[in-house]
Write a protein that binds this ligand. Structure first.
Ligand code: KG4
Ligand code: ZN
Length: 336
């Protein structure tokens, strides 16, 4: 079954053609980074308008790259949650139009669930593993037992990990997207210059949760309080200390999850998984680590088409009155 995937949940306009949930015939991603750079953050109104402008060309590009005509597509898979509602609606409306015009089956796909499926598109990866999803919109630690059997162990109670990078970078005018800019600046810095507090959320069922608003506030408004006078109070030192604390917060929880469950493989995905300090830290631990390639780590439509295939193959279909859902938190409620 050849599935055309469509992904427009945030600021990436993406389409991909995947055969039988495995063979990526194409994986086209048009990033809107340049459209949002001057605002140092994604502007929802601009994001949805750009998706409207681009989606048709992006789908054509994906079909051309795959070397297939629309006639060869058996079904459509589209992200319907979570994300920016206006952006989600563009991809969903486009998919509905195509489904109706071509009489094609359509399946709604959860973006977070698809992120956990992404590594299977490029390697034989056996279940279970601890999935660590760290991006601008999500911070999740989960046991992944199958494409549809996921147990969320922890999540952020406030900002997402990547969001903290973005907000700190925006405040200090370091660059956009924040994660890459902070990592670069941190290379010339010394993390020992500040001792930032780490949240202590270790109660019962919430012991795997993380929090970033305290760290963000400390870095932005209270740096003097946490500065070690033996070192200079500079932006590179600040970037290094923030990066180390932000990564340690979530890596420590992932390692705790691994120890408690006895699952000794950690798969890190999402934009923050590209962070070199994060990889160094995880790789130093006695666990197996898997990082999808950057193209599959960040938002893409191949993961939507890949997961969509498995849902379609077991007979699921979405109707043309399917709606989009914005809220990130609902994923945890569905996969407790
Ligand atoms: O997965 P992604 O491309 O998009 C979604 O948010 O879904 O992730 C983007 C996030 C941004 O917050 C960005 O600052 C962060 O990932 N990021 C990084 C790095 N590269 C991207 N954070 C830390 N270190 C990096 N090298
Ligand atoms: Zn994402």
């Amino acid at each position: 079954m050849t599935v055309l995937g469509i992904e427009t949940s945030c600021d990436e306009c993406a389409a991909a053609v995947v055969a039988d949930g495995a063979a990526m015939l194409s994986n086209v991603v048009y990033s809107q980074i340049e459209e949002h750079r001057r605002y140092q953050g994604v502007v929802p109104e601009i994001a949805s308008r750009k998706h409207v402008e681009w989606i048709d060309g992006v789908v054509e590009h994906a079909l051309a790259d795959a070397g297939v005509h629309l006639d060869a597509i058996d079904a459509l898979a589209v992200t319907t949650r979570p994300g920016l509602i206006g952006s989600l609606l563009v991809g969903l409306s486009y998919a509905k139009g195509l489904a109706m015009a071509r009489n094609l089956p359509m399946i709604a796909v959860d973006h977070v669930q698809a992120h956990f499926y992404a590594p299977h598109l490029e390697r034989d990866l056996s279940y279970p593993y601890i999935g660590l999803l760290l991006s601008g919109g999500h911070s999740l630690i989960a046991q992944v037992h199958n494409f549809d059997r996921i147990k969320v162990m922890g999540a952020t109670i406030d900002d997402a990990c990547g969001e903290a990078f973005d907000k700190v970078a925006k405040y200090f005018d370091i660059g956009f997207p924040g994660g890459v800019a902070i990592q670069k600046l941190a290379e010339g810095g010394n993390a020992a210059a500040y001792r930032f507090p780490r949240p202590s959320l270790h109660k019962g069922d919430h012991r795997f949760d993380v929090s970033y608003s305290g760290l963000k506030t400390a870095v932005i408004h209270q740096r003097a309080q946490f500065h070690d006078p033996e070192y200079q109070d500079t932006l590179p030192n600040l970037a290094a200390a923030f990066q180390q604390t932000a990564v340690d917060i979530v890596v420590d929880k992932a390692l705790l999850a691994s120890r408690e469950t006895g699952i000794d493989c950690i798969v890190a995905a999402g934009g923050v998984a590209a962070n070199t300090y994060l990889r160094r830290r995880l790789d130093a631990e006695p666990v197996r680590t898997v990082y999808p390639s950057l193209k599959l780590c960040t938002d893409n439509a191949a993961m939507i088409a890949g997961l969509g295939y498995h849902l379609l193959a077991r007979g699921e279909r979405s109707q043309l009155d399917t709606g989009a859902r914005a809220r990130v938190g609902e994923f945890r409620a569905r996969y407790p």
